[in-house]
Design a protein around this ligand. Sequence first.
Ligand code: BG6
Length: 489
Amino acid sequence: MDSTIHGFNKDFLWGGATAANQIEGAYNEDDKGMSTADFVKYIPKNERGKHNLSMDVTADYIKQVIAGETNDRFPKRDGIDFYHRYKEDIALFAELGFKVFRLSINWTRIFPNGDDKEPNEAGLQFYDNVFDELKKYGIEPLVTLSHYETPIALTNRFNGWYDRQMIDCFTNYAETVFKRYKDKVKYWLTFNEINVIVHSPYTGGGILTEKVSHKTKEEIAYQAVHHQFVASALVTKIAKEMMPEAKVGCMLARMQTYPHTNNPEDILEAQQQNDLNLFFTDVQAKGEYPKYMNRYFEENNIQIEKEIGDEEILKQYPVDFISFSYYMTMTISTENLKNEVSGNMVKGGVKNEYLETSDWGWQIDPIGLRVTLRDFYNRYNKPLFLVENGLGAYDKVEEDGSIKDEYRIDYLKKHIIQMKEAVKDGVDLMGYTAWGPIDLISMSTSEMSKRYGFIYVDQDDEGNGTLNRYKKDSFAWYKNVIATNGEEL
Ligand code: BG6
């Protein structure tokens, strides 16, 4: 047995990750339908609440928007115009040396209303073009089937994933794209950050919770996610039947939680928070509901309606690999401490005095990534894929046109170092796709100024700019990281 402790495998999948609704634009071109993302407005930073959330949408608001009764802006509708510029962008990804590019298929390009009788050929053709372009450069696509892009028609009709009928709509959509792209796409993810539905049911499930007055938001979300679990397992089944070589993964917004002190109460609370976060991957990787949730559901009056056969399908079709996003960690205290910090979608938590925060208050924790990877691997013993990680920051274009984003290089470098350590610890890691390799519209705030890219896009929060692309300093740095397979950081 080879006992050498080495770094990344030679076939390690380096690349970048995006979502259709944050890059494509062209929201109503070529018969595309509207998705939930098209109704998330931009809120300037000074008007935003503590947790940076701008995604809460109500039924009344949707009506207002459709009736043209608001002056709000919806930046995700225009994205960064990837729809028309994908060739230029993919050429830049190729120059970076990408082995893999993560993107989502926008369900509403394929089925504008979510469940139309026939798929929209123009939408199918667009992704054919994108996959062909990637292939030209030997870049493997990693495709998310659902990245916060529930067709708004299904939100209006069924109240999104709260309704079990969504399962059929989704499996039909998945089968359609599998049939079309089975020779072009090998790596698939079912639901992006499946746990986010509990924090934002609209974002994760296209659900308007006020329509279900007899249930708590949490009960609604757990019911909806049960439907997503079943849909994900069924889609995995279909994928296996249609594409024996395909690999299907789940995707979690991993939020490692630390105890604030060594008070056993804090430790227990941190463990509980971690279990609540890992519940989703527990179901998708192990194929069954973990026992610890029985008590949680009972104590919180959460009743989940399941149908005969659900448990069997979950058991039969667990995922092949586990993917996740990692941006920060949380620290929990059982005492009522005042210094609460912001998380991505997750409320609560206190300041960790050992960690710095980003301009958006996210606690930066590279070592936490190693902890996370080791925990994941010990818990599931399945291949892992880090499909989102990066620093959202303000960038400044210098007079000579350069963008000196050494803070981004620093963030990524420190995380990749810890990722390498985890691999040396024995973790089976398939790849790494940095979030937003090209600047894109922020998911949580719909800002443009929250930039993650190696490639700068000339567009501001108000939607002004040439949309021209420029290389930041991090471009050359990441290119070399990939070229040396993570040896030179
Ligand atoms: C993840 C999402 O939660 O975080 C992405 O999957 C998102 O869609 C990313 O863009 C970063 O969050 P934000 O709010 O900075 O765009």
